[in-house]
Design a protein around this ligand. Sequence first.
Ligand code: FMN
Length: 175
Amino acid sequence: MEFVALMKERRSVRAYKNAPVDRALVEEILRAAQLAPSWKNAQTGRYYVALTPEAQEKIRACLPSYNQKSSAQAALIVTAYEKGVSGFSGTEPVNELGDQWGAYDLGLQNMLLCLRARELGLDTLIMGIRDGDAIRAAAGIPDSQAVFSVIALGYRDQDPNPRPRKPLEEIVQYV
Ligand SMILES: Cc1cc2nc3c(=O)[nH]c(=O)nc-3n(C[C@H](O)[C@H](O)[C@H](O)COP(=O)(O)O)c2cc1C
């Protein structure tokens, strides 16, 4: 698919068909995510994939009810990153942002995840409102990793309109 069309077609989808997502497809999507650049190529992003209904329910229980509803019947991918690596030289943060660089890298990966999913005919919903501690326990995520979003992945059962974007002048200044 042409890239601009792909970017425009991506939406946060909040209704999914009862159609399982193939593991091979998930792995293709995660391989695309891995193509993202990262701090010193550290690749600290980590993914915990819930494909079976049982696994999905375990993770879905860690979401508020509105996100549970929006992600019903979708596969769920917990995204995390290994702390203290991106943005660090040895054990010292390289600058004032410290571990936030790990979040930066993870975001770059997750954008590719969402776009590749769309290209393959799937859709996504990034959910930042979730119970991180409950997810850590449910998915067995070590304390060395920061738990970030849960991404719903599945086949859309709605066609959302595009959300508005701010005018460029509001977000850009030439210095
Ligand atoms: C970091 C992050 C966290 C988000 N958390 C949620 C969430 O918990 N629940 C939800 O319904 N949407 C969530 N969203 C989706 C945004 O609301 C959505 O991306 C935004 O409204 C723009 O719409 P679009 O993705 O369709 O372009 C989140 C998006 C991002 C990037």
